[in-house]
Design a protein around this ligand. Structure first.
Ligand SMILES: C[S@@+](CC[C@H](N)C(=O)[O-])C[C@H]1O[C@@H](n2cnc3c(N)ncnc32)[C@H](O)[C@@H]1O
Length: 300
């Protein structure tokens, strides 16, 4: 961490180091450092350091902190000043209302990836499929986010998640166990190399950043998300080429594949899937109105 980014424990008037004052002080530091959501981050980190949830933190506003608590808060605050995302500091991230554990081997699940879950559920709904014993594959499952979100909605479905990273799969497995979603299994392999199918639904949020564009990403991403989760090759499309090559052989008749796409990739990815004999629909936008999920169907 650069020395300039370090901040000491609160200084000055020792008698009034309350919880509320710590929150205000760290909010100000985060704001001065240009961090996007300074107030929220300060609340989450102070709460995490003290082991207090939102309500308990509010109720403790006037409590005086002891020195060890100030040090614990400062340790977390300094990590945030070094651009480590809050989710990595606290070790969990909420996705589709599921509390997921993450670690250094897993991407932090993004809110926009919920668009993939929505698109998959919408595609399943068009054939009244929610009650069916659907077979789902999640290629590049990371923390298990997409697969676990789907299994939480589809009570008779079974899923398998793959990843090149055994460490990520250990996290996915742990999330599965903690959430009690026992209908998921995991296998370490290159995309779907160890899978046979047929699958009714294939989902994937593959690495899709062009290799040369990674250096320009915000530090929260480029310094902390695993490169394996980001790097999509020279043009960002390598994973989609691999997926297009294998998806038709893995999908059941009338099966669907749903992939997350990055900015400007919708046409190229749709062309890859269409070139493999699948029928892509127009992309589904995320909450920022960016094309985010592409659904393609296999014929009967
Ligand atoms: C963008 S992350 C998505 C993680 C998770 N699905 C999510 O949405 O939060 C891509 C994931 O694909 C994995 N991955 C990268 N290349 C892979 C490959 N060739 N085969 C299987 N998994 C791969 C990475 O380890 C990473 O976990």
């Amino acid at each position: 961490m650069p020395p300039a980014a370090m901040a000491p424990a609160l200084s000055g008037d020792a008698a009034s180091h309350t919880v509320a004052k710590a929150r205000r002080a760290w909010t100000a530091r985060f704001r001065a450092a240009g961090i996007d959501s300074p107030e929220l981050d300060a609340r989450l980190l102070v709460g995490h350091a003290l082991g207090l949830d939102h309500a308990a933190l509010a109720a403790s506003a006037t409590r005086i902190l002891v020195a060890s608590e100030e040090s614990a808060i400062a340790a977390l605050g300094n990590r945030r000043l070094a651009h480590e995302p809050v989710a990595r500091i606290v070790g969990t991230k909420e996705f589709w209302s599921l509390n997921l554990r993450i670690d250094a081997a897993t991407l932090v699940p993004r809110p926009e990836t919920e668009t993939v879950v929505e698109a998959a559920l919408a595609a399943i709904d068009t054939c009244r499929g929610r009650a069916r014993a659907l077979r789902i594959a999640d290629l590049g499952t990371g923390s298990g986010a997409i697969l676990l979100a789907l299994l939480s909605e589809l009570h008779n479905a079974f899923g398998v998640g793959t990843d090149l990273s055994p460490q990520a799969l250990a996290v996915a497995h742990d999330n599965t166990r903690r959430l009690g979603l026992t209908r998921a299994a995991y296998v370490a392999c290159d995309m779907a190399a160890a899978l046979h199918g047929p699958f009714d639904v294939i989902v994937s949020n593959p690495p899709y950043i062009g290799s040369d564009n990674i250096a320009a990403l915000p530090p929260e991403v480029r310094l902390f998300d695993p490169r394996l989760a980001l790097d999509g090759g020279a043009d960002g499309l390598n994973s989609y080429r691999a997926i297009a090559a294998i998806a038709p052989g893995l999908l059941a008749a009338n099966g669907v594949i749903v992939v997350e796409i990055g900015a400007g990739q919708a046409e190229a990815v749709a062309a890859l899937l269409a070139g493999a004999g699948l029928a892509p629909s127009p992309p589904r936008p995320d909450l920022n109105n960016m094309p985010r999920a592409l659904v393609a169907k296999k014929g009967s």
